[in-house]
Each structure stands twice: as structure tokens, then as C-alpha cells.
Design a protein around this ligand. Structure first.
Ligand code: ZN
Length: 75
């Protein structure tokens, strides 16, 4: 299994009914967008990849982190 530099896709514990698989499947959470108002996530079936919905977490810390990195501040 390959890891990307940032692990944006994390495995959720919960299972969601997947219409393609016609059964409850574990879902993967994908980070779609990082917004000043929070991160936008999409849930996809871990088996077939069908989109099963999404959510906003209302957490702007990731966005602020991106801003800090793009402004060239390094430690
Ligand atoms: Zn599925």
C-alpha cells in the first residue's frame, strides 16, 4: 500500500449502505476542498468508490495551515 505525502484519505470506522454494492460497506473520507469556512469532505465506498455523500467539518485550521505554508514561512 502506497502512502501519499499527506494522508488525505483516511478509513472511517462506520459503514454506509452502498447502492452499487447493495450492502453496507466501509467508507473512505476524501478531502475535496479546503475553505476558510472549513474542510469539505466526500465519503466514498471503500470497495467500489461510489460517492456516498459528504460533509463540512467547519474546521479552518487546515486552511490556515495552507496559508502559512504558501506564504513561505518555514521552521
Ligand atoms: Zn460500493
Amino acid at each position: 500500500m502506497r502512502r501519499t505525502e499527506r494522508d488525505f484519505a483516511s478509513l472511517e470506522v462506520s459503514e454506509v449502505f452502498c447502492p452499487t454494492c447493495r450492502r453496507a460497506q466501509p467508507v473512505r473520507q476524501h478531502l475535496l476542498l479546503v475553505l476558510p469556512t472549513g474542510n469539505k469532505y466526500e465519503y466514498r465506498c471503500a470497495v467500489c468508490g461510489t460517492s456516498l455523500g459528504g460533509k463540512d467539518d467547519g474546521d479552518a485550521s487546515e486552511y490556515n495551515e495552507l496559508l502559512r505554508r504558501s506564504s513561505g514561512v518555514r521552521r
